[in-house]
Design a protein around this ligand. Sequence first.
Ligand code: SF4
Ligand code: SF4
Length: 86
Amino acid sequence: MPSSNSTQEPEPKGRIEIDGERCKGCQLCISACPKDLIEVSDRLNAAGHYPAVPKATLLCTACGMCWQVCPDTAITVYRNVKEDNA
Ligand code: SF4
Ligand code: SF4
C-alpha cells in the first residue's frame, strides 16, 4: 500500500533572537506573536527580570509583530531568503 512518507520538515520562514539582557520581561512580544512562539524564561537576567525566550523557531513566519511591540529593541527578526542561483 502506498504511503505518503513525507518526513521533510517545512522550511522555516524565519527566526528570532532575543537579547535576554536588554529584555525587561514586559511580555508584550508574547501577546503579540500570532504563532505563540515566545515564552518567559525561568532564569533571571542581570537586571532581575525574567526575559522572553523563543519557543520554537521552526514555525516563525518572520512577521515582525514581536519586534514591533518590543519597547527595548531586544528582538531581532531574521527572514530566510531562498538563493536562486540556477
Ligand atoms: S516574527 Fe512573528 S511569528 Fe516570529 S516570533 Fe515574532 S511575532 Fe512570532
Ligand atoms: S517585548 Fe521586548 S522587553 Fe518585552 S518581554 Fe518581549 S523582548 Fe522583553
